[in-house]
Design a protein around this ligand. Sequence first.
Ligand code: FAD
Length: 465
Amino acid sequence: MIEADVAIVGGGPGGYVCGIRAAQLGLSTVLIEADRLGGECVNYGCIPSKSLITVSKLADKVKEAEKYGLKASGVSVDFVQLQKWKGEVISRLVSGIELLLKGYHATILKGEAEVVSKDRVIVTTDQGREEVSCKNLVLATGTRTSSLPGLEIDGDLVISSKEGLDLKNAPKRLMVVGGGAIGLEFASMFQKLGSTITIVEIMEQLLPGSDLDLVRVVHRKLEGHGAKIYLKSKVLRVDKKGSEAAVEVETPDGKIKVEVDKILVSVGRKPRTEKLNLPTLGVQTDPRGYIMTDSRMQTSVPGIYAIGDVRGPPLLAHKASKEGIVAAEVMAGMPSAADWKVIPEAVFCDPEVASVGLTEAKAVEAGFKVKRNRFQFAALGRALAAGEPEGFVKVISNEADGLVLGVQIVGPEASDLISEVALAIEMGATVDDIALTIHPHPTFPEAIMEAAESAAGRPIHQLKS
Ligand code: FAD
């Protein structure tokens, strides 16, 4: 029997970060992971997808190299080497996490955990059953892919993102069912790697819930490169014939048939709670099965905490990690809570989309008299020099005092740019604060400064509206 102050079930970005922080704070900590440290993000999500996206973008850039006076011929993607490299990136991160946990004297237990009571967990390891007795229990078991009736994942013709990241080549004809963040990242990536793309989305826009102005830019680019996008549409039936399938899709213009070689299903995720015995423990969940907590990550049962994806949307690694830190600090007696104002989001499609704080629609809904100012990347020296003039930065501010309420970006490096604004909003910055901050030239973040200058009423590289 292992005794610990803290037992954490799940070693993803929520669980492992919680483990590091708890151990740093002097709590004896056991981290239980059934698969690989790093969880979905490091092994099957954020990191492998961004590794492949990086290469797909590079391949795409080289294809148009002549435009820039660069002669390149015979360029092709070696999937074996690509997958090997992706595997090395993952392994390096997984080993780093293990080193950190051990360095802070946390115990790593590899095996599947079954929660028996709030202070007892049974772990099935390769060596047999191990019992963990704990004063505090953290549930960080994440989510798994959902599917749809008739579109069950077979791992071959009908795949989830997990298999999609391990493909040995780019499918000739790929159908992506679900045009959310994951679906769009795969669509952009495989389009660049040579696949013909069809996207089927049940809602009336791609990236449902996101600002339509941004989404239009991505939609246009996908279509411009030959993708067929069916909105307000759904898959009715899949007829498999060997290594291909005929898919019947119901669209607003009637039923159509699409021949494909792979169908990637990205229609959402569901909480992974089977082994947690939540009803017996009395841990409350919401109607979708996500574990409910207060702002200190405490569930309805004192001593049991929940963090990360299993606690509900937004399903993002950085949110999971911050919640892990809060839980660890609360268990150590510190006055921590989820007191952040905003959680930035980024989608690594092409061009990238990133958002933080309120969209224009949400700001209006919240009762603000809103100012909305844009700056186009086409007017930015750095973007032109990088050959990436698409997209814009949109700043939403409060007309009365210039407070920055939200920023949405579609364009190059949007995922990196958004952090500056997240900091601005956390610090209660106004558009003047951003406009008055000197940004180095020529860089992409100047687009944020330029949009803020417009919002402050003194645009430089665009005409006054
Ligand atoms: P997870 O990472 O899911 O970790 C949970 C862990 O718990 C798993 O390792 C699992 O094996 C383990 N576990 C479950 N049950 C048990 C048990 N009974 N016993 C022992 N262990 C158990 N997020 C971003 O922020 N940015 C991105 O770019 C991004 N890209 C993504 C791309 C894809 C294709 C996918 C699928 C996801 C992506 N995400 C991204 C989401 C991100 O992966 C998750 O938000 C994040 O992994 C959640 O972390 P977590 O710790 O809550 O759970």
